[in-house]
Write a protein that binds this ligand. Structure first.
Ligand code: SF4
Ligand code: F3S
Length: 104
């Protein structure tokens, strides 16, 4: 599966949603997550993210994010169409510690 990671937080560009063939993105207030049981591993979303926030879970160190994607995909609503990204998305690109401060 692919997972959405830290840099999505407060960037939330949603380009990923537009390309996913199985609509497996779920929407929180400040970020999206992927439902690991629904993702078919096609990989097309990874290069689409302007914040470079999507990774295959085969990369090392992503256990935390696999957990978060799994947990929140079952409680957040499904998102199938790109919405308006936050006005200040660019300012949050690459900011450290977004999970601790802004995860929601
Ligand atoms: Fe959707 Fe493919 Fe990305 Fe999985 S890898 S979330 S199926 S676009
Ligand atoms: Fe987040 Fe990137 Fe999608 S910023 S909403 S994972 S396009």
């Amino acid at each position: 599966t692919y997972v959405v990671t830290d840099n999505c937080i407060k960037c939330k560009y949603m380009d990923c949603v537009e390309v996913c063939p199985v609509d497996c993105f779920y929407e929180g207030e400040n970020m999206l997550v992927i439902h690991p049981d629904e993702c078919i591993d096609c990989g097309v979303c990874e290069p689409e993210c302007p914040a470079d926030a999507i990774r295959p879970d085969t990369e090392p160190g992503l256990d935390k994010w696999l957990k978060i994607n799994t947990e929140y995909a079952s409680s957040w609503p499904n998102i199938t169409q790109k919405g308006e990204p936050p006005d200040d998305a660019k300012e949050f690109d690459g900011v450290e510690g977004k999970f601790e401060k802004y995860f929601s």
